[in-house]
Write a protein that binds this ligand. Structure first.
Ligand code: AR6
Length: 176
């Protein structure tokens, strides 16, 4: 493992990003849903869901556990892989930061297995799963900075100003 990746922030739609791997904020069924998950399956096309179904049948009949990650093709997205990770539901998990950190660590581990060098992440668990944005941004940035990986560039793709500002506050502005 080389070092820790360079961090970039983008405001926008993760399905419009170009990266070796795009991370999906999935649920344990791996069968799709709303938010990022819905957008990825809509734009990526049916190939992704077909692989998710095959993974379920082969290995995750009881569901992919919270904090774990697994890869499929990226279908029509401008990426080679989608890495599906299951974020914790804030209330049900008691806000345990380790579970959310695990999503980022496990996604980077899967990215390393694949040989991905650029990875795009959404703000996992901050939508339907209702993790408070500032705390989620802190956990995301600290975890990516603290995880040795061969991934060279991580892009956090933030859907709105509030998310972008929360992540920008954590990443900080580069010193001149
Ligand atoms: N690109 C980037 N970010 C997005 C996009 C997009 N296209 N769409 C939404 N966001 P969520 P979760 C932001 O709900 O909280 C699904 O139904 C959104 O504003 O997608 O981990 C799954 O199937 C928010 O900041 O994921 C699960 O059941 C962040 O992405 C459940 O939702 C995450 O919101 C997972 O909930």
């Amino acid at each position: 493992m080389t070092s820790t990746p360079a961090l970039t922030l983008v405001r926008g739609d993760i399905t419009r990003q170009s990266a070796d791997a795009i991370v999906n904020a999935a649920n344990s069924s791996l069968l799709g849903g709303g938010g990022v998950d819905g957008a990825i399956h809509r734009r990526g096309g049916p190939e992704i869901l077909a692989e998710c179904r095959a993974l379920r049948a082969a290995r995750y009949g009881k569901g992919l556990p919270t904090g774990r990650a697994v890869a499929t093709t990226a279908g029509r997205l401008d990426a080679r892989w989608v890495i599906h990770t299951v974020g914790p539901v804030y209330q049900a998990s008691g806000g345990d930061p380790e579970l959310l950190a695990s999503c980022y660590r496990e996604s980077l581990r899967v990215a390393d297995e694949l040989g991905a060098r650029t990875v795009a992440f959404p703000a996992i668990s901050t939508g339907v799963y209702r993790w408070p944005m500032d705390d989620a941004a802190r956990i995301a940035v600290e975890t990516v900075r603290g995880t040795p990986t061969d991934v060279e560039k991580v892009t956090f793709v933030l859907f709105d100003d509030r998310a972008y500002e929360a992540f920008a506050a954590r990443v900080g502005t580069p010193r001149p």
